[in-house]
Design a protein around this ligand. Structure first.
Ligand SMILES: Cc1ncc(COP(=O)(O)O)c(C=O)c1O
Length: 390
């Protein structure tokens, strides 16, 4: 019913994905398969609600009424089997800003914060820029599939100065949707060492292959009491430009600390379209999301088959969630610098540099498959043309 094959020209919209190509890749014409947004139209149901509001002539300060939190409550039950209460929710102007507010609210300068590398680059910067100590616990790779190194994680959690852990669930870039067993072990370690969990679950709606996302806070009451969760309709429905996300915390102490910081920084008001974008997506976008997920799975399968047939040395583990794939180019035997040069300047494909996710990302590149299949095919064919002699 929805046409994800349609190529929509995004030029002239000041879009990050196109307009920052020159700056990021040194080439303005790379096929853009990088930053985590999609080249698909937002659900028509969302477009029409936004257009209705835009047709009004006044765009003044806007509040969020009960429908904002109520549609989040419904969504978490529908999508994640997670029963939450409206009074556990607070709006946030983005997940990254919300992580920054939480770090400021719940730790002091010099405290340690754990992340699992390789991971989304702002997890590194939000810790360092706030003068906290970055504790990197590397994931372990087994045949392309990444798992936790619980011994290393516990060592870092046990340090006196460790206060917080930023969990990426599902994980960007390695595509893991952590299992109940893994989450329970994380929870046990964090409770034992009094480390609060900041659970970034922004990719949780894009769960693939009929798997189920397990919200960290839904594990049990103790996990919920020790956690703030971060979610948004932005990745799911391709509406990141509305800067609308939210936090969930059943523990009133954590929620109040979060709120106070957000208010202190004067960032609690939000966008004029914020409530409309979120409620229309969550209430009306469900059929669209089901089709989107099938399309993304199709793109992943397409890429997998293309690579197996043409460049089997480039390997990846099919993500359990997200449209982000983590490609291993080590067999090409190039330094990261030369790999980037080849991919950006010769193949003219814009992929995220694996090493920006941490040193573990050397030899990898992240490819975003959330584009019409023809665009993915074009990028892959261009890579093939520049493949080094093996
Ligand atoms: C794990 C993760 N968290 C947060 C974000 C960005 O969230 P926001 O745009 O709401 O700050 C991204 C975007 O790619 C992400 O992958």
């Amino acid at each position: 019913m929805y046409d994800f094959n349609k190529i929509i020209d995004r030029t002239g919209t000041n879009t990050y994905k196109l307009d920052l190509r020159e700056k990021n890749f040194g080439e303005a014409d790379v096929v853009p398969l990088w930053v985590a947004d999609m080249d698909f139209a937002a659900p028509p149901e969302v477009q029409s609600e936004i257009q209705k509001r835009a047709a009004h002539q006044i765009y003044g300060y806007t509040i969020r009424k009960d429908e904002f939190a109520n549609s989040i409550v419904d969504w978490c039950a529908y999508k994640h089997n997670w029963e939450i209460q409206a009074n556990w929710i607070e709006y946030s102007p983005g997940v990254c800003p919300a992580l920054a507010f939480s770090i400021i609210a719940l730790s002091n300068e010099g405290d340690g914060i754990i992340i699992n590398t390789p991971v989304y680059p702002p997890f590194h910067s939000v810790v360092k820029d706030n003068n906290r100590v970055l504790l990197k616990s590397s994931l372990i790779e087994e045949n392309g599939r990444f798992t936790f190194d619980f011994d290393d994680f516990e060592k870092k959690a046990a340090l006196e100065t460790t206060k917080l852990f930023i969990l990426c669930n599902p994980h960007n870039p390695v595509g893991r949707a952590w299992s109940r067993n893994e989450l329970e072990r994380i929870n046990d370690i964090c409770l034992k060492h009094k480390v609060i969990v900041l659970a970034d679950e922004i990719h949780s709606d894009l769960i693939l292959w009929d798997k189920q996302h397990i919200a960290f806070a839904s594990l049990n009451d103790e996990a919920a009491a020790n956690c703030i969760s971060y979610m948004a309709p932005s990745k799911t429905f391709n509406i990141a430009g509305f800067n609308t996300s939210y936090v969930i915390a059943s523990n009133p102490v954590l929620l109040s600390a979060y709120r106070k910081t957000q208010v202190r920084l004067q960032l609690n008001l939000g966008h004029v379209m914020s409530s409309i974008a979120l409620t229309s997506a969550y209430n009306l976008g469900r059929p669209w999301l089901k089709e989107l997920v099938r399309y993304i799975e199709g793109n992943i399968t397409f890429m997998d088959e293309f690579l197996r047939a043409n460049m089997p040395e480039i390997t990846f583990h099919k993500p359990e969630a997200t449209y982000l794939t983590w490609l291993n180019f080590k067999a090409w035997g190039l330094s990261q610098k030369d790999l980037k040069k080849l991919i950006y300047s010769q193949a003219k494909v814009g992929l995220n540099d694996g090493s920006s996710f941490g040193a573990e990302g050397e030899g990898y590149m992240r490819l975003n498959v959330a584009s019409p299949r023809a665009t993915i095919e074009k990028g892959l064919k261009q890579l093939l043309e520049c493949r080094p002699n093996m």
